[in-house]
Design a protein around this ligand. Sequence first.
Ligand code: PLP
Length: 375
Amino acid sequence: MSRAEAVVDLAALRANVERLRDASPSAEMMAVVKADGYGHGLVPCARAALDGGATWLGIALLDEALLLRAAGIESRILAWLGTPDDAWSECVAADIDLSANAEWALALIAAAARGHGRVARVHLKIDTGLGRSGSSVADWPALVDAALLLQSEGVLDVVGIWSHLAYADEPNHPTVKKQAEVFEEALSYAVSRGLTPDHRHLANTAATLNSPQVHYDLVRPGIGVYGLSPGLGTGRAEQLGLTPIMTLHGQFALVKRVPAGHGVSYGHEYVTERETTLGLVPLGYADGIPRRATNVGPVFAAGRRRIIAGRVCMDQFVIELGDDHAEAGDDVVLFGSGVQGEPTAEDWARVCDTIGYEIVTRIGPRVRRVYVGER
Ligand SMILES: *Cc1c(COP(=O)(O)O)cnc(C)c1O
């Protein structure tokens, strides 16, 4: 055990993938592994997701897609968030499926395909109401027609049409139905013009679990693969049949007695009420521990749950142990699956006014990832 370790349970990841597949039996599954597998480690999580039954990997950045290929992963991979200077050509050469939001992206993909003498696979994205990426409804006919022209030239194949939901974590929100209608219209237009997209996809984790009417051919869960709930409106992880796969451990760097009235950490936002023991944990905001966790972040140490005392600093924070015994080197669990009484990433999200996604994704590179449950 070192200063800090994120232990990632790949058997639990496979079980989460199976749970999500059970919820979407008519669709293929694309496991989303963007942002270094939501902070859990790109390649080990990608391999475990494929092992668990995913047939596709989804990723935001083009460079991340290339890392998967460089690791020898041969599954279908969709990359969806490129800028004009990105590695479009390398991705076409590496047989990555690419998303296009706009005609400039189609032009870059086509140029790469001509250069490599390949037929590039493209997924056209429509903004059905999220108001983020994807072609506007107004621009959709021109995007479809531009793609058709390049397809007839034989440089690309439009294999997918897709979109993303704004309120998937509230399945009864009116935008879910409205977005599905806009998606249907966009599909109808594309098909009427002659496109034959085999892969229509709209569902993230929340919609995979709760909205079967939008599963189409392929679902794209991310957070559920890592065992976290997509939002408290959807239910807690255990209610969803998901198990958090990361346990974040630290260990005490120092344990010491201090008198009553002793200020703790910068600004003395915590002051001891009586003579007590303080334990110093060498993890801080440089490791992704939110500074917002000051005086509210939960940890499990010396046999029970405790709350961070005083400000979270760059490399360290303090907890008060009262009269309980601990020594330097003892284990401190910040979050895990919760089954042994430790807090979960969702508990951290609640007290830090954020979402579980941010808690796990921001754990930095100074924290070693250790994998268990490999097959
Ligand atoms: C991140 C992302 C997903 C996965 O969303 P989760 O809520 O993590 O399941 C799916 N599709 C797109 C486009 C995304 O950006």
